[in-house]
Design a protein around this ligand. Structure first.
Ligand code: MSP
Length: 641
């Protein structure tokens, strides 16, 4: 059977500037959707590209002292590099300076003209060059600024061709009424309806005062308005208006145009009206997502607050950046970007939840089964609950992706990650080992490996590296991305596969010194009490430490050797808790240590600090020891007082 098609586009980007993390947001979101659809088995066409003509680019090139063509060539290479770095799996990259595009746009213009939908007149009005948008006297207001971006507009008075937008208003309103899902989210649809109901003026679609654009075929003194040129990319890339329209017939109408909210008007009013005039079916959906904003407002070059995605990827890795963009911001709404929020997500969701689940599981698999996944035995309620959560996480994530709620899909997947971590604590494999419950141990360990396999499959659209790394550490052949979404079904893991624990998926990020200072500043001594003074107490430096490594000490029944991180410092601590704790129970935990204790030697090894643990007084039995942990995600190094 022929696969169903799914045609998905991002806007094509202006090469007027370096792309920042806000731009990457649209493309990463589109990439996750494209990968998800491929995973589901669709024949996906995922398009991105560059929007290279217009007055804005011409001016920027001039400022750089190069020709527009030289300028755009250089920048567009940078785009491709960035998309490659972010693992953007586009199927085609269109440049509006491509011969294939320019010829087809001329065809489109000609068709509209032949139909009588384009006519020549005089344009007199205001123009915003950064937005490449026309505004009327009323819209520009007394201050003559762009209603969209607030920058000054320029007066334009020239001969121009016009497109009869006004002719299509009624047909458009009827279409929107019959296709309520066309513009999403719904709030943007309502905005557009009132915009069109206010009355539309015909649109000026050619310029004569500069020449960096596609010439009007029948009047070469004019260049085609850059938005008419740019919007056409969605069909020219498929060969519309060329000798070979087979791709156009195959993929059109587009299933989804993904755009930022400030360009929804172009995509939901002008573009559909162009298509109506050309007698081409309209795309199925336009989704206007929100902006990524910094505390200082929307990211933009003129505000000087841009964040370079290449620098972030270099620092934190592709998966972390993709995850943050997809998870942190409810798709459709605006979201705040801060490096602090990014680090928080990495440490809690990726390092702590997902990374530790893999690390703990494979450590135990190595220890109990030399890495080989055992065959499961009888199922208990606990196992059934884990299976239920796994199935539900997949169902719910799939439904959320269909609704384009990417962050919600990730939330559902994390419900499984968290459930599996809890399952380890509840099933306590180390106790099963101790009690010789081998069948139960095998079931638990199989289930954990199976959850990880399912997670690798489910994470394919979002974490392009980690999903494959989990797959490989589980010892599975081929690519997680080739398994298909249906491979999330429980029970497809064959016992006997040889797992190989690798490096932790996501090393924890420690906050920088500046931040640490605020969490570690010392307490002001208070009044004396009857027992010890606060001064005396504050001489004991208690700190939160993260356990990075935990292992038994050879020839000792009591001691565990821990490597902990206290802020940026790494230390070795020996603790007499081996009878109560399996080493793998502690890895990733945030514990409390006395940091200013004089180092001591135990079994010939240095212990640099002491961890805090509760034990029941009087009984003194090591089995009743409980190591103190912190129950929130707080940076290691934080002072405890
Ligand atoms: N060239 C036009 C699109 C033409 S489509 C036929 C354009 N280009 S752009 O480079 O300015 O923007 C490309 C995309 O990046 C848009 O979807 C825009 O909304 C998005 N973003 C730019 N800054 C952004 C944020 N700070 N946050 C989220 N998305 C942002 O518009």
């Amino acid at each position: 059977m022929e696969k169903k098609t799914f045609y998905l586009t991002t806007p094509i980007y202006y090469p007027s500037d370096k792309l920042h993390i806000g731009h990457a947001y649209t493309t990463v979101a589109a990439d996750a959707l494209a990968r998800f659809k491929r995973h589901q088995g669709y024949d996906v066409m995922f398009l991105t590209g560059s929007d290279e003509h217009g007055q804005k680019i011409e001016r920027v090139a001039r400022q750089h002292g190069v020709s527009p063509q030289e300028y755009v060539d250089r920048i567009v290479d940078g785009f491709r590099h960035l998309w490659q770095t972010l693992d953007i799996s586009y199927d085609d990259f269109i440049r509006t300076t491509d011969e294939r595009h320019m010829k087809a746009v001329q065809q489109i213009f000609q068709r509209l003209y032949d139909k009588g939908d384009i006519y020549k007149a005089e344009y007199s009005g205001w123009y915003c060059v950064p937005c490449e948008t026309h505004w009327t006297e009323r819209q520009a207001g007394e201050e003559h600024v762009c209603p969209d971006c607030g920058r000054p507009v320029e007066l334009v008075k020239e001969e121009s061709y016009f497109f009869r937008l006004s002719k299509y208003a009624d047909r458009w309103l009827k279409f929107i009424e019959e296709n309520p899902d066309f513009i999403q989210p719904a709030s943007r649809r309502n905005e557009m309806i009132s915009f069109v109901k206010q009355g539309l003026e015909d649109l000026s679609v050619s310029r004569t005062t500069f020449d960096w654009g596609i010439p009007v075929p029948f009047d070469p003194g004019h260049v085609i308005y850059v938005w008419i040129d740019a919007l056409s990319n969605y069909i020219t890339v498929l060969g519309y208006g060329s000798e070979d329209e087979s791709k156009f017939r195959h993929y059109w109408p587009a299933d989804l145009h993904l755009v930022g909210k400030e360009i929804v008007r172009f995509h939901t009013v002008i573009w559909p009206m162009m298509l109506m005039a050309l007698d081409i079916p309209l795309p199925k959906k336009v989704f206007g997502h929100g902006w990524l904003i910094l505390d200082s407002g929307k990211m933009s070059k003129s505000k000087g607050n841009v964040v370079d995605p290449l620098v972030l990827v270099e620092k934190y890795g592709v998966d972390a950046i993709r995850y943050f963009l997809l998870r942190e911001i409810a798709f459709g709404a605006d979201g705040l970007y801060s490096e602090e929020a990014l680090i928080k997500r990495i440490n809690s969701d990726l390092a702590n939840d997902l990374g530790n689940l893999l690390y703990r599981t494979l450590t135990m698999m190595g220890k109990y089964y030399q890495g080989q996944v055992p065959a499961p035995g009888k199922e208990e309620d606990l196992d059934r609950d884990l299976k239920r959560v796994a199935a539900e996480a997949g169902d719910k994530a799939e439904a959320a992706m269909e609704r384009l709620e990417i962050s919600v899909a990730l939330e559902f997947i994390w419900e499984l990650v968290k459930r599996a971590n809890k399952y380890i604590d509840e099933a306590a494999p180390w106790t099963l080992v101790k009690n010789g419950e081998s069948e139960r141990l095998a079931t638990v360990m199989y289930n954990l490996a199976e959850v990880l396999r399912i997670l690798a499959v489910m994470l394919v659209p979002y974490l392009t590296h980690a999903s494959q790394a989990i797959w490989e550490q589980l010892g599975l052949p081929g690519k997680a991305a080739d398994q298909g979404w249906a491979a999330r079904k429980w029970g497809l893991l064959s016992p006997g596969v040889q797992t190989r624990r690798g490096a932790p998926l996501f090393p924890r990020i420690e906050v920088d010194k500046e931040e640490k200072k605020t969490v570690s500043e010392s307490v002001t001594p208070k009044e004396a009490s009857e027992k010890i003074s606060i001064d005396q107490f504050s001489q004991v430096e208690l700190r939160v430490a993260e356990v990075l490594v935990a292992e038994r000490v050879e020839k000792s029944r009591k001691l565990l050797r821990l490597e902990v991180a206290i802020g940026e410092e790494r230390r070795q601590i020996l603790a007499g808790i081996a009878k109560s704790y399996q080493p793998e129970m502690l890895v990733g935990k945030k514990i409390v240590v006395v940091a200013n204790l004089k180092p001591a030697k135990l079994m010939g090894m240095e212990s640099n600090g002491m961890l805090l643990a509760a034990s029941i007084p009087g009984e003194g039995e090591e089995e009743n020891i409980s190591v103190l942990t912190v129950d929130r995600d707080i940076a290691s190094g934080a002072r405890v007082r």
